[in-house]
Design a protein around this ligand. Structure first.
Ligand code: CP
Length: 304
């Protein structure tokens, strides 16, 4: 089954293959299904980028898109995630894309449904398609991962982006640095070394900022002075290496994680990341669906 649930489930070879496919899609090439294929997007948490870039990716591939919103579904009558996915599978969905607030929501689904599951973000857990679009953006910039230094700044503990990226970047040969408030350090994420914000910014080829995940904090924090203590100010941007780039998965809290004037500066790849999201997701959908089409072809020959 071609699920995409976490980055550590994908081999280096599979990751490079997805990135190559994404580059082909960006050039207007690549596989498209020859038959009718339905994909359902289930978003149980708010999303703009992931949701709409999946929908654009699906439409560019010629897929039939079934959009699901929890508030207008039988989830409101108590239906579980498992029963919702089984229902969509029974109706004819060939794959599901799911964002859910529960960490590892997919553990209750794998081996129980026979259609591919694509994780569009699980709680504080993983965000593999964000990670793939981030890798695509870094590859476009530098052509490789080996030897790069990537600093990840901010709310490391609650960030599924930090978890997915730190593991895979280290595996692909990059050095990861973490920086941010000590209360948001993550002892379970052992792929990076914690350093002060100036060291992180000065040593990095990629400065990757994270959104403060207010919705996952028990204590409400106004993030007062965050920009000046931990964020990317205009003064700190001047410390960056000449060729270094700025990334942020977004949405951005302007003037909190980054000075608003830097969001669209020459070094920023924030909107490039969003553009790449469509192509990375097309490649992930290809991986999930091409196998189904091949199985259908085999079945046709068996029946004949
Ligand atoms: N980066 C990201 O996942 O954004 P959305 O929450 O808008 O999908």
């Amino acid at each position: 089954m071609s699920n995409v649930l976490t980055m550590n489930q994908l081999t280096n070879e599979e990751i490079h293959s997805i990135l190559n496919d994404a580059e082909q899609y960006k050039l207007g090439n690549g596989w498209r299904p020859s038959d009718t294929v339905f994909v359902s997007n289930l978003f149980f948490e708010p999303s703009t980028r992931t949701r709409f870039s999946f929908e654009v990716a699906e439409k560019k591939l010629g897929l039939q898109v079934l959009n699901f919103t929890a508030e207008h579904s039988s989830v409101q009558k108590g239906e579980t995630l498992y029963d919702t996915v089984k229902t969509l599978e029974s109706i004819g969905a060939n794959a599901v894309v799911i964002r859910h607030q529960q960490d590892h929501f997919f553990e209750n689904l794998i081996d129980k449904v026979s259609i591919p599951i694509i994780n569009a973000g699980d709680g504080c857990g993983h965000h593999p398609t964000q990670s793939l679009l981030d890798l695509l953006t870094i590859k476009q910039e530098f052509g490789h991962f080996e030897g790069l230094t990537v600093s990840i700044h901010g709310d490391i503990r609650h960030s599924r982006v930090a978890r997915s990226n730190a593991e895979v970047l280290t595996r692909l040969g990059a050095k990861v640095l973490f920086s941010g408030p000590s209360k948001w350090q993550d002892s379970t994420n052992t792929y990076g070394e914690y350093v002060d914000v100036h060291t992180a910014i000065q040593e990095s080829d990629v400065v990757m900022l994270l959104r403060i995940q207010h919705e996952r904090h028990e204590e409400k924090d106004q993030a007062k002075d965050y920009l000046y203590e931990f964020g990317l100010t205009k003064e700190r941007e001047k410390l960056m290496k000449k060729h270094a780039i700025i990334m942020h998965p977004a949405p951005v809290n302007r003037g909190v994680e980054i000075d608003g004037d830097l969001i669209e500066c020459e070094r920023s790849r924030i909107f490039k990341q969003m553009e790449n999201g469509v192509f990375a997701r097309m490649a992930v959908l290809k991986r999930a669906l091409q196998q189904i089409e091949q199985n259908q072809e085999v079945m046709k020959h068996v029946i004949c």
